[in-house]
Design a protein around this ligand. Sequence first.
Ligand SMILES: Cc1cc2nc3c(=O)[nH]c(=O)nc-3n(C[C@H](O)[C@H](O)[C@H](O)COP(=O)(O)O)c2cc1C
Length: 154
Amino acid sequence: MSTLKIFVATMYGGSLDVAEQVKPLFEDVGYAVTIHEQPTLEDLAEPSAALALFCISTTGSGDYPGNFAALARDIAEQGPDLSHLRYGLIALGDSSYGDTFCGAGRALDALLEEHGAVRLGERLEVDAMETFMADDEAVPWVEAWIAEQELSRT
Ligand SMILES: Cc1cc2nc3c(=O)[nH]c(=O)nc-3n(C[C@H](O)[C@H](O)[C@H](O)COP(=O)(O)O)c2cc1C
């Protein structure tokens, strides 16, 4: 069975909620899905992590949430080859923070690309100023992503 890893970066649980809501959409099309709440470089770098979805919020001034900071640092410092990795990215943020809107999601996207990973489709940016429940945007986006990227295994 094909596997999908969902990597979560969250402070208050919004990104984890998105991960939990979209998980069954992948299971319905034939994936074994794991959600990583304390993601490590090992989780990301192993060859079986061929397909991943990142659900990532921003804190501080464009900073990574605490549960994700070590992984982002390890990628930057250890320079792993991530060319096996295809991924989607859902960034949660708040446009009232101005220039740092979705800063962690954008920084992660650039970091993954720098290390050879390939994003499938466009990045989704959910703005808390416009969308109260991030799931309302994330669920249809994932449905479309599965169809557009032909990820269905059933
Ligand atoms: C202390 C704090 C700092 C934040 N800084 C930013 C920021 O720099 N850029 C941004 O887009 N959103 C920022 N946000 C908004 C959060 O990213 C947004 O509310 C997100 O939905 C929270 O997701 P979570 O429930 O997964 O933690 C900040 C929120 C808090 C509480």
